[in-house]
Design a protein around this ligand. Structure first.
Ligand SMILES: Cc1cc2nc3c(=O)[nH]c(=O)nc-3n(C[C@H](O)[C@H](O)[C@H](O)COP(=O)(O)OP(=O)(O)OC[C@H]3O[C@@H](n4cnc5c(N)ncnc54)[C@H](O)[C@@H]3O)c2cc1C
Length: 375
């Protein structure tokens, strides 16, 4: 079966986007270790992605985009994440906030956001609160009415790419209801440098502080009346799959080249490793296929998309951790060295399961759905 004939595969007419990202990703992979070391934002990578026209392509056609399919989007996140997972993380959040604001805003505002995307402005999600944790769509911080909008004092944390963002998607409680706003940074917002982490270091997901920030009424998103997939829910499984791919590749390269002195044979010929590699390989294939199914459901705008994001995320988060763990085991002391990609991928692989909805939150929902018919 050819790739384009497979229903879950990216549509053939979008192939050029995958080729463009594959080409760029060679350079991203070459600098990923340096960005991990310095924890600097890979802004040149993000600009290079924009320069291909890819950001525009993700927009709805009525706003100048190409309605890029979720199947192609997922594949792109995966390729990016295998090369530089911090770049992929910021890009997922950027597209999630940008397309989200275009889809959720009133038409004139949506058009102005679309123009900003096309012009290369950067977007970020400021949704998670220190107190609400994983429940990032259920803000606890209240925005009080003032002239022209609502005033927010509080904080959002782990806002990937916030320091270069021109626009934020922010949520807060208004009249007791979670409400989304588009917000441009001003002096009332500051970035608290908390992001000294074990993984995804270059995503620079800092704490954003709001000191009486006005959430403008004319940038308030009207309540949503239609079902739409979103790019963050669709993208997070692929973020973990890309890390799993890179860890698997690092494992294989090491196992083929490392000759065990006692036997004189490469590590790859050891049966224990062959069995363990077969285990993670089959699970990675299953997670890949399920995630492609999830992206296809997004392309159908199916009601099954939302539960599928949780299943895909659990499968992808878990296999990324397990492949990276096996790579570290096979890598031995060499994989433990800072010069090895294995230790970096092991650290990066921990992030997916922490990001909302965490693996535990997803499993909680899935378990309740299976066991409790009314859930
Ligand atoms: C790399 C990275 C990038 C991020 N980028 C962004 C971003 O750009 N924008 C943004 O808004 N946020 C972002 N986040 C935040 C993220 O989406 C989560 O909201 C956040 O990581 C939750 O962290 P927490 O410490 O509050 O976890 P908590 O919610 O306190 O979780 C702690 C533990 O409790 C478990 N737990 C929590 N709730 C439940 C429950 N209901 N049932 C069962 N178990 C539960 C969790 O699984 C976990 O084991 C990012 C996070 C990371 C790690």
């Amino acid at each position: 079966m050819t790739e384009s004939a497979h229903p879950f595969a990216p549509p053939a007419h979008e192939r050029r986007w995958i080729e463009a990202v594959t080409e760029l990703s060679k350079g991203f992979a070459a600098t990923a270790a340096e960005f991990d070391e310095t924890a600097e934002l890979p802004i040149a990578n993000l600009r290079a992605l924009h320069a291909t026209g890819l950001d525009r392509a993700t927009l709805p056609a009525e706003y100048g985009g190409e309605d890029l399919s979720y199947r192609t989007y997922g594949e792109i996140v995966r390729i990016l994440s295998a090369a530089c997972s911090s770049t992929a993380c910021i890009w997922v959040m950027h597209i999630g906030a940008a397309v989200g604001l275009v889809q959720m805003s009133a038409p004139e505002v949506a058009r102005s956001y679309a123009d900003e995307v096309i012009g290369g402005r950067r977007f970020a999600n400021a949704l998670s609160e220190p107190s609400s944790g994983n429940m990032f769509l259920m803000p606890q911080q209240v925005a009080e009415p003032v002239d022209g909008g609502f005033r927010l004092t509080g904080a959002k944390r782990f806002v990937s790419g916030c320091e270069v963002a021109d626009h934020f998607l922010v949520n807060a409680l208004v009249d007791g209801a979670p409400t989304f706003f588009g917000v441009s940074p001003d002096d009332s917002m500051s970035f608290v440098p908390i992001w000294d982490t074990m993984g995804l270091r270059a995503s620079r997901s800092q704490l954003v502080s709001f000191e009486g920030t006005v959430l403008r009424e004319d940038r308030r998103c009207p309540p949503s009346t239609v079902r739409r997939p979103n790019h963050i829910g669709a993208g997070l499984a692929f973020l973990s799959l890309g890390i799993a791919d890179a860890a698997a590749e690092a494992l294989v390269t090491h196992a083929r080249n490392r000759v065990i002195p006692a036997t004189g044979q490469p590590l790859s010929e050891m049966q224990w490793l062959q069995f363990e590699v077969a285990d993670v390989h089959t699970r990675l294939e299953a997670a890949r296929m399920y995630s492609q199914n999830m992206a296809w459901l997004a392309d159908q705008n199916s009601p099954e998309f939302l539960p599928a994001t949780m299943t895909a995320k659990v499968l992808a988060n878990d296999i990324a951790r397990d492949v990276a763990q096996l790579a570290l085991k096979a890598g031995g002391g060499s994989g433990f060295l800072r010069t090895s990609p294995i230790q970096r991928l092991f650290r990066d692989a921990q992030a997916g399961g922490l990001m909302a909805y965490s693996s535990e939150v997803c499993k909680d929902r899935i378990g309740k759905t299976v066991l409790l018919p009314q859930a």
